[in-house]
Design a protein around this ligand. Structure first.
Ligand code: ATP
Ligand code: SKM
Ligand code: MG
Length: 178
């Protein structure tokens, strides 16, 4: 089916491993472009009235993933949104294909060396990281890269602050629409 949405109307989707900055950068890009920002994790947390860690404990990962798919399916069809998905969203093929078809997908890339320096900021609130030692987390980090290889733009965020990353993304969009 032909996709009738013009490039300027397409929603942007941010993907990448936990903690690479999808929520932070998404929010900033939305502010700069004056567009609505949707963080899928936050949407699910609002719906359940509890943090992700509690949703995983109470209802299990399977239920979280089903909900994640439903919420993304709904938002990715809307125009002009800025959407940050959870780090595990692209594990689901249906999510990957709907986002790639309807939206512009940005992969936020960060090296494991620099990710490790940021790890303490997120570890307590990401259930998937809990109970794993650093070697296991590193293995997960590398094994997840495969799912993030489905994207339209890769953004190397190493040694770039939030402002620099957001400005780079806007530059990519400006060049693309010229
Ligand atoms: N470019 C950056 N430079 C330095 N710190 C950053 C940068 N981007 C994000 N951070 C910090 O890293 C932490 C994690 O960022 P954020 O919550 O946006 O990650 P995320 O990709 O949304 O993670 P998750 O997939 O788990 O939701 C935050 O404390 C944020 O302030
Ligand atoms: O990478 C993951 O599997 C996850 C990342 C977070 O954004 C949340 O979506 C949840 O904690 C699972
Ligand atoms: Mg996030």
């Amino acid at each position: 089916m032909e996709n009738k949405m013009s490039l300027k109307e397409k929603s942007l989707v941010f993907i990448g491993f936990m903690g690479v900055g999808k929520t932070t950068i998404g929010e900033l890009v939305a502010e700069k472009l004056n567009r609505d920002f949707i963080d899928i994790d936050r949407e699910i947390e609002k719906e359940y009235g509890m943090p992700t860690t509690e949703i995983f404990k109470t209802f299990g990962e399977k239920e979280f993933r089903a909900n994640e798919k439903a919420v993304i399916q709904s938002y990715s069809k809307q125009k002009s949104k800025i959407i940050s998905v959870g780090g595990g969203a692209f594990l689901q093929e249906e999510i990957r294909s709907i986002c790639l078809e309807n939206c512009i997908v940005f992969f936020l890339d960060l090296s494991f060396e620099l990710w490790k320096e940021r790890m303490n900021l997120i570890i307590d609130t990401r259930p998937v990281l809990q109970g794993r030692n650093i070697e296991e987390i590193e293995e997960l980090f590398h094994s997840r890269q495969e799912i993030y290889s489905s994207h339209h733009f890769k953004v190397i965020t190493d040694n770039k602050n939030e402002e620099e990353v957001a400005n780079y993304i806007i530059e990519c969009l400006t060049k693309e629409s010229e």
